[in-house]
Ligand binder design. Structure first.
Ligand code: GLN
Ligand code: ZN
Length: 785
């Protein structure tokens, strides 16, 4: 047990775990992308980035966060926080060994090369950050990967902030999370886990902490969000063991003698659970707990021993970093009281996660016609959340105005028209089991075969066709008001006609209209359903320089009028081939929006499902016999704790079935899932009961098919035959071989032939040739049956 905690500087009473890094007008995105395009030098990029960091410090100071030292997080990143931590340890995959300088360091250009790939060298893989829609770059670590402290930009950022008069709190992904988020490098022996390299990683962190301290950091925030999940290959006991080992070493140096900064471990995204015990035992100086999704720790450990909080600062993450609703300050204050009751050395107020999941400020939405002022008054983006943290730290006696306003907002929101609508509630309240199921698959299959008359191995695409510059310009002109609604619609109809003619010429069996009218597969529906609002400047980072603008689902959802029906019927009128209707499913609409927090997700999902069910009924009545409902986010929302999986899969699968089960037996329902980890959620995919399921199996050369067959999946399946994430054109022979291979596992009446995702990010040239090869290969294999 270390004695350093007693000499630790006081942790600020009000802090945030992180702030949006992209800039209120996406300044960072623009600066980084113009550098990539060769329009600016590295020096110019660094100057823009420094200006943005300065603006952030000044803004946070203006908001009142600068009153206490170490309250302002230093969490800037040019690309991604996991990548930054990986590079600080000098970790690069073998194929990129040359980006590391002789002293082990990796410069900014090298860091971009790893992130974006170069020629034949594929970039680091990206994967989902916890249960968010942010994607990080996955470190690749093998038994021989060189690991050693290689310098970190944070050190210079601490000095930069100091020069501006701010003692900042540098933020770094912690060692245990970094290794849990990593993957074993190619060629690592069976049974190797990146966690096996913990000791070397921790050594490097010791050097990093010393460097930060020398630069003037009094506190460091080590983000350990992985501790809130139990879905890792390592067992919870192994994870606790790793925490004990890592933090036992990191706390060895004395804070008092300047050996390291005081350590605040931040565990956002859920409950920390028993992983708190090794942190307490190691003597970290502060622990930030997610009290939005997680819970106030119990007073005693699972073994019955009373937990000793007397030497730690507990930071209550009561302001939601991951959603946009104004905090109910009374409720948050009550949670903080529970936390205080644990008898910690001190307690503070913070956010549940970094605020980089939410936009900069609601003030930017003034005058947005798509966001009613009343709804805007219920929201808190990053800047407003800083105000909430400060109000909670001051307490209800002092921050009387903020608490009074919070009560007003809660009352206004609960009573506002549109939040709870009787006609919507009556529908979700009177659902019967029959609302969730169709006829037996055998009956449907026979009925569909009779009306659709498709060949064996039918060919189709996933929905979108290339989004050309012309389409994007038309959308921009519509927004700018230089193109009228009517002119825009005609331009899009012309595009639909072109796409239909192309597909006929290519000889595809099931056509699509190409989705030219959709800016985004979720926002498009949000704009056309009641209960959603859309922001103008509400960009949040999705990965690297890429941003998304999630819609805000604030009220009861219904469909005022048909959305896709005119597009589908127009497309269908141009051809005798079947045209597939195209919708986004309820789970994906929820996953890629900010969702209301005043009711369970299942209830909200059912409302969206019923709106889609209406759309599907109208498509069917208009003669559209095949309808695809995309659920690429089904796996994305999977909870971080295994114990919560069953309940999640129950409501998510049910909402898809509710949306799709109102149709006649002969109407064929398709779904598309953007991943191929079929096994993990196999029961859920089976439970969707779609007639045809397309999945992204191209990159893995369809290795999953035998497992799919073994599991007894008997409905239609379209394992993507080529990877649309790359411009590479597959040859006819290659596709034919894949199909013959697939027929070894799945029957000829079951196999569909399609690319592995939508084509919107591709160019026409490669798309046309690829699809030509795909059709030719299907015909070749079909002829040999
Ligand atoms: N139908 C959508 C498209 O083709 C599906 C996209 C996705 O799966 N993300 O673009
Ligand atoms: Zn996809």
């Amino acid at each position: 047990m270390t004695s350093s905690a007693t000499h630790a500087p006081a942790h600020p009473t009000a802090s945030i775990l992180g702030y949006p890094r992209i800039g209120p007008r996406r300044e960072l995105k623009k600066a980084v992308e113009s550098h990539w395009a060769g329009r600016t030098t590295l020096g110019e990029l660094e100057t823009s980035a420094a200006a943005l960091r300065r603006r952030t410090l000044e803004r946070l100071r203006e908001l009142g966060l600068g009153a206490e030292d170490s309250a302002i997080p230093l969490d800037f990143s040019y690309y991604d926080q996991v990548h930054d931590a990986t590079l600080a340890l000098g970790i690069v995959p073998e194929r990129f060994a040359d980006v590391r300088a002789a002293d082990g360091s990796i410069d900014l250009t090298g860091s971009f090369t790893l992130a974006r790939g170069e020629g034949e060298r594929v970039p680091l893989e990206m994967t989902k950050w916890l249960d968010s829609n942010y994607h990080y770059l996955v470190p690749e670590i093998g038994p021989d990967t060189a690991i050693g402290y290689a310098g970190s930009r944070r050190v210079a950022e601490v000095r930069e902030a100091a020069a501006l008069g701010v003692v900042g709190r540098p933020v770094v992904v912690g060692p245990v999370s970094l290794l849990l988020l990593a993957k074993a490098a190619d060629g690592a022996p069976e049974g190797f886990s990146p966690l096996d390299r913990l000791d070397e990683v921790v050594e490097a962190y010791v050097a990093l902490l010393a460097d930060l301290r020398a630069a003037g950091a009094a506190w460091v925030q080590l983000d350990e969000p992985a501790l809130t999940s139990d879905t890792w290959a390592a067992s919870p006991a192994q994870v606790r063991g790793a925490v004990a080992r890592a933090y036992g070493v990191l706390t060895t140096a004395e804070v008092a003698t300047g050996g390291r900064p005081a350590i605040a471990v931040a565990a956002g995204y859920g409950a920390l659970g028993d992983a708190i015990d090794p942190l307490l035992a190691a003597g970290v100086e502060a622990i930030a707990l997610d009290l939005v999704k997680g819970e106030v720790p119990a007073a005693s450990a699972p073994d019955g021993a009373t937990r000793d909080f007397s030497r730690v600062a507990l930071l209550g993450g009561v302001v939601d970093g991951h959603n946009v609703w104004a905090t109910d300050l009374d409720r948050a204050a009550a949670r903080l009281e529970e936390l205080r009751a644990l008898g910690a050395a001190s307690t503070g107020v913070t956010t549940s996660t970094s605020l980089f999941h939410v936009p900069h400020t609601v003030a930017d939405e003034a005058g947005n016609p798509e966001l009613p002022a009343q709804v805007a008054s219920w929201l808190a983006f990053a800047d407003e959340k800083v105000g909430e943290v400060l109000a909670l730290a001051a307490g209800p006696e002092v921050a009387t105005a903020a608490f009074a306003r919070s009560r007003e907002v809660a009352a206004d929101r609960a009573a506002a028209p549109g939040v709870r609508r009787a006609e919507v509630r009556d529908r979700t309240g009177s659902l019967a089991p029959s609302s969730f199921s169709r006829e037996e698959y055998g009956v449907r299959r026979a009925a569909q075969e009779a009306v659709l008359d498709l060949p064996a191995l039918p060919t189709t695409t996933i929905g979108s066709f290339p989004q050309t510059g012309e389409l994007r310009r038309a959308r921009a002109a519509l927004r700018a008001g230089t193109l009228s609604d009517g002119e825009y619609t005609s331009a899009m109809r012309e595009e639909v006609a072109r796409v239909i003619a192309l597909q006929e010429e290519l000889g595809l069996d099931v056509l699509v209209h190409g989705e030219p009218e959709r800016n985004d597969m979720v926002q498009y529906f949000a704009e056309n359903l009641d209960g959603f609002a859309v922001t103008q400047h509400g960009w949040v980072q999705s990965y690297g320089s890429r941003c998304a603008r999630p819609s805000i689902l604030w009220g009861d959802v219904s469909r005022p009028a048909p959305i896709t029906v005119p597009w589908a019927t127009y497309a269908s009128s141009l051809t005798t081939a079947p045209v597939k209707g195209m919708l986004t499913g309820p789970v994906t609409i929820l996953a890629w929006s900010f969702v209301r927090d005043d009711q369970g997700l299942g209830e909200t999902a059912n409302q969206v499902a019923l709106a889609l069910r209406d759309e599907i009924a109208d498509l069917e009545a208009a003669g559209i016999g095949i309808i695809q409902v995309d659920e690429p986010a089904l796996r994305e929302l999977l909870p971080l704790r295994r114990a919560d999986h069953a309940a999640y899969l129950d409501w998510s699968v049910a909402s898809f079935r509710l949306a799709t089960s109102g149709v006649a037996a002969e109407t064929q329902i398709h779904t598309h899932l953007c991943y191929s980890e079929f096994e993990e959620v196999f029961d859920a995919i089976d439970g969707l009961d779609a007639d045809v399921t397309s999945i992204e199996a191209a990159r893995s050369r369809m290795e999953i098919l035998p497992a799919v067959a073994a599991a007894g999946f008997e409905r239609g399946i379209g394992p993507g035959v080529y990877d649309i994430h790359s411009p590479r054109v597959p040859s006819q022979t290659e596709v034919a071989e894949l199909l013959r291979g697939a027929l070894g596992s799945v029957g000829e009446r079951t196999l569909w032939v399609n690319p592995d995702c939508g084509l919107k990010t591709r160019g026409y040239e490669e798309t046309t040739t690829s699809l030509r090869h795909l059709v030719a290969a299907a015909r070749e294999v079909r002829a040999g049956l």
